[in-house]
Design a protein around this ligand. Structure first.
Ligand code: SF4
Length: 164
């Protein structure tokens, strides 16, 4: 619900959303459908990025409240129903990790937000690091090999810290 722009999209993802719209449209409130009619399935924001449109400059047009008043993603809902292979945009899947692509490398940063406080507490209690929790989207983005190297790097740092 927070933020001044929608979720970043790749051009391929924007097409997938358009193709799958007929599958998840039924979950969206009328206001969201109208916003899609007005703004399109994707749009360019003030930073010149391709993003999902917003409703009233607030929540993503593809979000909806379920029967328990929990805000969910309609794209992901039909993925869990087995109706599509596309789960949701990778930027959403990786949240709260944000990726900035430079010419020679990607900056993979954690965006610390107040709304994620309960998640941080849960991770501390269960001793699960963020990169472990986000294993699936990190592999989706960078592949198995990359993820294995990340695990090795983490283990290396753990051993190094033990020895000092
Ligand atoms: S997860 Fe779905 S509803 Fe949430 S920002 Fe991404 S596309 Fe929109």
């Amino acid at each position: 619900m927070e933020g001044d722009s929608g979720a970043p999209l790749t051009p391929e993802e924007a097409k997938l959303i358009e193709n799958d719209y007929h599958l998840f449209e039924k979950y969206l409130p009328q206001e969201h459908r109208l916003a899609i009619q007005e703004q399109g399935f994707s749009m360019i924001d003030d930073d010149n990025d391709l993003v999902t449109p917003l409703v009233n400059n607030k929540q993503c047009v593809y979000s909806f409240f379920d029967d328990e008043d929990i805000l969910k993603c309609s794209i992901e809902k039909v993925f869990f129903e087995g109706l599509t292979q596309f789960r949701k945009p990778i930027s959403c899947h990786l949240f709260p990790i944000r990726i900035t692509e430079y010419k020679q490398f990607d900056a993979v940063n954690y965006e610390e937000l107040e709304i994620c406080k309960p998640g941080r507490k849960c991770g501390q209690t269960k001793q699960v690091k963020l990169y472990q929790y986000l294993k699936e989207p990190l592999i989706r983005k960078y592949g198995e090999e990359w993820y294995k190297e990340l695990e090795i790097a983490d283990q290396y740092l753990k051993n190094k810290n033990k020895n000092f």
